[in-house]
Design a protein around this ligand. Structure first.
Ligand code: SF4
Ligand code: SF4
Ligand code: FES
Length: 367
């Protein structure tokens, strides 16, 4: 069943109104006071969450604060949380929610300091974006005729998805690693990082990759995929981070333990068809570290959590894993070109809307 078939179709726009209730976390930055307040208003059937907030501000409480500008999913101003997950308010239609009787809880985005009500301080977000130098550093000769440097769409497709980012912060709001380490560069800055590392016109690729492999960089991502789930534009930042990792290894930038682990898992899958985690420590951190971990490893073994390392367990169909490895090698897809999740993610964006934003709304996709 297609996604659209699972929902009550709204009536023709403007033909009726609906009663909408919201619970909104209010916050006063000067006093630090927080309060959950309920609002009930009548709204047109086509109203989005942003429209409902506008009605509340106009008719009920003019002190309610939130950001907005374009009202059409372009400017990235209206990121906030609905029921604990980040959404763009202007993309979130309220018809189904109001009809179900559910009263959603609206709050400010996570991982950024709250200034007032639903407004967060975006400066930490911009600082991380600035840190990845989000502009092309030309690495090509200027054409002798003085005309523009032309490049094919095919070559630019490598960074097409990442170029769709509208800097809304919804991914940052839900990032697990940023919650644990506020200095982690985070999904938006890293997606922007790939936007320029992958740009065929850029001449600073290696320097950029070195920088992104430092502390608080790509290998600190825990792969929770919440950024992917919450991005309203189909950028899928986790894919971009995977591309940065693969490209770093391809370029020999593999000093981080995360890169060493990734390399070992590829080797392990190729040789046995399994991820042999018991050999991870000796293969990536050396014998001394492995000896220090022996007690812990024995404990895992006694509880049946890991298989014995000797003899190595080889999968019955290991040839399939080896053939796949060979295919990637012969096709020259060792780096970012070998990351296929992006292709799957693109399938979730409606075909006629690649420049727009009609990817299935995250708040709907949970149903
Ligand atoms: S996948 Fe990585 S970058 Fe994305 S939300 Fe999770 S930890 Fe953050
Ligand atoms: S990657 Fe997606 S969620 Fe994150 S800032 Fe860009 S558009 Fe927003
Ligand atoms: S108001 Fe611009 S993206 Fe929502």
């Amino acid at each position: 069943m297609s996604h659209s078939q699972t929902h009550t179709l709204p009536p023709p726009p403007g033909s009726q109104t609906m009663e909408v209730a919201l619970k909104i976390w209010r916050f006063d930055g000067r006093t630090g006071e927080r309060a959950l307040k309920t609002y009930e208003v009548e709204a047109p059937d086509w109203a989005t969450l942003l429209d409902v907030l506008d009605i509340i501000k106009d008719r009920v409480d003019g002190t309610l604060s939130y950001r907005k500008s374009c009202r059409m999913m372009i400017c990235g101003s209206c990121g906030m949380r609905m029921d604990g997950g980040a959404v763009l308010a202007c993309k979130t239609r309220m018809w189904d929610i109001a009809q179900s009787g559910h009263v959603p809880v609206i709050s400010a985005m996570g991982n950024l300091p709250i200034v007032k009500d639903l407004v967060v301080d975006m400066e930490p977000f911009w600082a991380k974006m600035r840190a990845v130098q989000p502009y092309v550093q030309p690495g090509y000769e200027v054409p002798p005729d003085g005309k523009e440097h032309r490049i094919s769409q095919e070559r630019m497709n490598v960074v097409h998805k990442e170029a769709l980012c509208i800097n809304c912060g919804c991914c940052v709001s839900e990032c697990n690693s940023m919650e644990a380490d506020p200095d982690f560069l985070g999904p938006q800055a890293l997606a922007k990082g790939w936007r320029f590392v992958g740009d065929p016109r850029d001449g600073a690729k290696i320097d950029r990759l070195e920088e992104l492999n430092s502390e608080h960089g790509i290998w600190d991502c825990t792969r929770c995929y919440f950024c992917q789930e919450r991005c309203p534009k189909g950028v899928d930042p986790r894919d971009a981070i995977a591309k940065l990792g693969a490209e770093s290894i391809k370029q020999g930038i593999d000093h981080d333990m995360g890169a060493k682990h990734a390399k070992w898992f590829v080797k392990s899958a190729e040789t046995t068809g399994w991820l042999r985690e018991t050999e991870l420590v000796p293969k990536t951190q050396g014998v001394i570290s492995a000896i220090k971990e022996v007690k812990f490893a024995l404990k895992l073994f006694r509880h049946g959590k890991v298989p014995p390392p000797i003899p190595p367990h080889v999968a019955e169909n290991v040839n399939e894993a080896r053939a796949l490895h060979e295919l990637v090698r012969t096709q020259g897809r060792e780096g970012a070109l070998g990351i296929v999740q992006g292709e799957q993610a693109l399938a979730r964006i409606e075909p006629l809307d690649w420049g727009g934003a009609s990817r299935i709304a995250p708040e709907e996709s949970r149903q």
